[in-house]
Design a binder for this molecule. Sequence first.
Ligand code: HEC
Ligand code: HEC
Length: 144
Amino acid sequence: MNTINKLFLLLLLCVTAMQINAKEVEIQSLRGNYDLDELSPEPEIKRRRDSDRVKRQFGLQPPVIPHLTKGYKINLKFNKCLTCHSWENVKKTDAPRVGFSHFVDREGANSKKVAGRRYFCVQCHVTQADTPALIENTFKPANK
Ligand code: HEC
Ligand code: HEC
């Protein structure tokens, strides 16, 4: 075999190998098998949940939080909690919305925004944890 023939054979081998490879690897798009001008179904929104909801122990108890809140910032300009729990956003996030009581300011007037005294959520709501009682007690939930 002369050099030209050898090179040609090598090229042929390469092309065949590439073709075999192309058949084996099926490329999957994240949006599924849809044409570009077609809409793929919207992915299901995952509800934020790390543990089962603990029942409230008395009527006006601030419910404990059934998910982690580590790193969730609340400052003058930004409130991470409201990105899921505000009335506008619950439509998208499926989170329970903040109650009416959270819009009443200290003069008793209804405001459009969450009232200042309810803005710092973690003042009242804590992430639930299964911890032993700090002191022995005979507390019974009010609704039982
Ligand atoms: C990524 C979205 C998301 C963020 C951010 C978020 N939450 Fe939630 N939260 C949820 C969802 C969804 C549920 C409902 C979980 C369930 O049904 O078990 C929930 C449940 C709760 C509940 C329980 C309500 C009840 O009636 O039992 C409280 C309280 C709560 N969150 C407070 C907070 C606070 C405070 C923050 C900020 C520190 C926060 N959440 C941030 C999505 C979010
Ligand atoms: C001063 C205490 C306080 C603060 C601050 C507060 N909450 Fe609450 N929250 C409560 C109490 C008490 C309840 C239960 C009674 C009610 O709905 O008012 C409650 C209820 C809730 C519920 C359940 C509503 C329902 O209808 O079941 C959610 C969700 C919630 N709060 C989220 C938040 C978020 C998000 C923030 C911050 C923007 C926040 N809360 C700030 C005291 C507070």
